[in-house]
Design a protein around this ligand. Structure first.
Ligand code: SAM
Length: 233
């Protein structure tokens, strides 16, 4: 069915390095035709959703090791890509909504969740630079947990994501962020901590092994950023 929209697809076995969990992730075989297809994208976003990223794997592993952090909670993921982190959140018992810019990502994330977790998350297509009202309606007073794996790689996203996450994460809530030591992510964390966030804990660093041999040497840090409640909230 999906191959009517995205083709050809292949499946890669992914092992979460610490928990040892195994996933089978369906993804496009070749990213080049997808790059051609977005040549006219008004946001100039590349099809990064179509790849397996170490950060998504590390965050999935962190969730598998601490499922109680999301179990039974309303959880939002931004930039869900192929759904690797989403699978772990669903397996841990989260009430999950995933979002991404690319509708194809949401389709494949759902298929991968169904195949690996036996159920699908709710989905919302959105551009985090122009978030729709529907997202804020969904957030209500804020999500207790928001997941984000490798979403901070373009400087133009630091301010939009600081503003957005300040509205999406409930006061006292958690932003569980995985990033492969990118300067943009470091800048985001520095500004966030100077405003109304605190680094409550780190889950540490992951150094693989990753499914793609080209990622050997990539180190991923997994952070827990707590949104400090404002006085009186
Ligand atoms: C590097 S990928 C990471 C995917 C996934 N989190 C993982 O770690 O495997 C970045 C993701 O953010 C999404 N994204 C990029 N720009 C976006 C935007 N402006 N609004 C919403 N999603 C966006 C991409 O489509 C992609 O799925």
């Amino acid at each position: 069915m999906i191959e009517r929209f995205i083709t050809p697809l292949v499946t890669t076995d992914v092992r979460l390095p610490r928990s040892g969990r195994s996933l089978r992730i369906m993804h496009p075989a070749d990213i080049d035709p997808l790059i051609d297809a977005v040549a006219d994208d008004p946001e100039q976003n590349l099809p990064y959703w179509a790849e397996l990223w170490p950060s998504g794997i590390a965050l999935a592993d962190a969730i598998a090791l601490r499922p109680q952090t999301v179990a039974g909670f309303r959880v939002l993921e931004i930039g869900c890509g192929l759904g690797v982190t989403a699978i772990a959140a669903l397996n841990a018992g989260a009430d999950l909504t995933v979002t991404d810019y690319a509708p194809e990502s949401l389709l494949l994330a759902c298929a991968n969740c169904l195949a690996n977790a036996g159920r699908e998350p709710s989905t919302l297509q959105m551009n985090w630079r122009k978030p729709p009202d529907e997202l804020f309606d969904l957030a209500g007073e804020g999500f207790p947990v928001v997941l984000a794996a490798d979403v901070l790689y373009e400087s133009r996203d630091v301010q939009p994501l600081l503003g957005l996450l300040g509205r999406l994460v409930a006061p006292g809530g958690l932003l569980w962020l995985a990033e492969p030591r990118r300067p943009v992510a470091a800048r985001f964390i520095e500004i966030a901590c100077a405003q109304d966030w605190e680094l409550s804990e780190s889950d540490g660093e992951w150094d693989g092994p990753w499914p793609d041999p080209n990622d050997a040497g990539v180190h991923v840090r997994v952070h827990r950023l707590r949104r400090v409640p404002s006085p009186g909230s």
